[in-house]
Design a protein around this ligand. Structure first.
Ligand code: PHE
Length: 341
């Protein structure tokens, strides 16, 4: 049976050569030699025409089986040959790392601070960034022409609200004090964390757009002692260590008495270093007891309530927390900065 012998030895040769082929190129050659259009198998099939009908059917079937087997073996070998695989997937290869996005330092800090304030019992609001001259200045005891307006110079909007209400971009979140007090009666324990705007020449510690945290607490017996202990607790939670504070007199028209609060320098623990200019203290925030004129604007019964307010630069806190040297980095869009968080 020459055809049967021929095809069996063809399969045997194919298998021997397949064993020896170790590269993509040798496999390609082997495929052409045996399975190609002018290859050995085709050549053998060409001889079928000389056989009888019965033999043709039998040998044809046999040839097809051999062809299928060759193709299968070839595919298997190809998949296990470096660079030759079509669908081969090596599960042991190290994967390609995916670049993930992450939160901006503002967002991280904001989430943390919100959590702390919330756990201390504050309601947290953000309020309107475009507000009236009244809420931003007048209601805070800063009448038109008062020199204190210079320190809070902002962007004025030509358009008016309700025909005659002059609009400004809020220069501090204190602008929400009276707006909130008009709608809520004491006891009040509120924080406004949001964006503020100032007509400011920018430098490493000043931006025209920044964030502030305004806090105010109003009830019948609120004192400076409550303010100091709450702020000490808040700052210690933010910086995750025991923080010391001290008060110095400070002028803000909407508080009386008014203070500047300093915090013990975290860098040198109060010993004196470059960060605190050798003083052991860093200036941090403005605070004080809410002025009676502010309560008057809120419509609160005169003399009934006392309260304190404080205002702290949220950017400043974030910079101290993450040791960021320049406020302008936050909105710079510089990926070298942002990738560090
Ligand atoms: N709003 C003040 C500022 O922007 C800070 C402050 C808030 C001071 C509340 C006293 C009380 O500088």
């Amino acid at each position: 049976m020459p055809f049967e012998d021929d095809i069996k030895s063809l399969l045997k040769d194919f298998n021997t050569e397949l064993q020896k082929s170790g590269t993509k190129e040798s496999l390609e050659n082997l495929k052409n030699t045996y399975l190609g259009r002018k290859g050995k198998l085709s050549g053998l099939l060409g001889t079928l025409k000389d056989f009888s009908k019965d033999e043709k059917a039998r040998y044809g079937k046999l040839a097809n089986e051999v062809k299928a087997e060759m193709a299968k073996e070839f595919l298997e070998k190809q998949q296990h040959t470096a660079g030759g695989g079509s669908g081969f997937f090596d599960v042991t290869e190290p994967g390609k790392s995916q670049k993930l996005g992450h939160l901006h330092p503002y967002t991280k800090m904001r989430e943390e601070v919100n959590h702390i304030l919330y756990s201390m019992g504050f309601q947290i609001l953000d309020g309107e960034e475009i507000t009236s001259d009244y809420y931003c200045f007048e209601s805070l005891n800063i009448p038109k022409g008062h020199p204190a307006r210079d320190a809070w110079d902002t962007f004025y909007i030509e358009q008016k609200r309700n025909k005659n209400e002059e609009l400004v971009l809020r220069t501090h979140t204190s602008s929400m004090q009276v707006a909130i007090m008009e709608n809520q009666k004491p006891p009040l324990q509120t924080v406004v964390l949001g964006k503020c705007y100032r007509n400011e020449a920018t430098d490493a510690s000043h931006e025209h757009s920044f964030y502030q945290i305004e806090g105010f607490v109003v009830d019948e017996t609120i004192s400076v002692a409550n303010m100091v202990s709450t702020l000490k607790q808040l700052l210690s939670a933010v910086f995750k260590e025991d923080v010391n504070v001290r008060l110095r007199p400070g002028f803000f028209p909407f508080v009386e008495p008014g203070y500047e609060m300093d915090m013990s320098c975290l860098n040198c623990k109060g010993e004196g270093c470059k960060v605190c200019k050798q003083s052991g203290w860093v200036e941090l925030l403005g605070c004080g007891m809410i002025h009676p004129n502010v309560f008057k604007c809120a419509g609160y019964e005169p003399g009934k309530y006392t309260g304190y307010a404080f205002g702290v630069g949220f950017d400043r806190l974030t910079m101290m927390r993450y040791k960021i040297p320049d406020i302008r980095l936050f909105n710079s869009g510089d990926l070298r900065f942002i990738h560090q968080f």
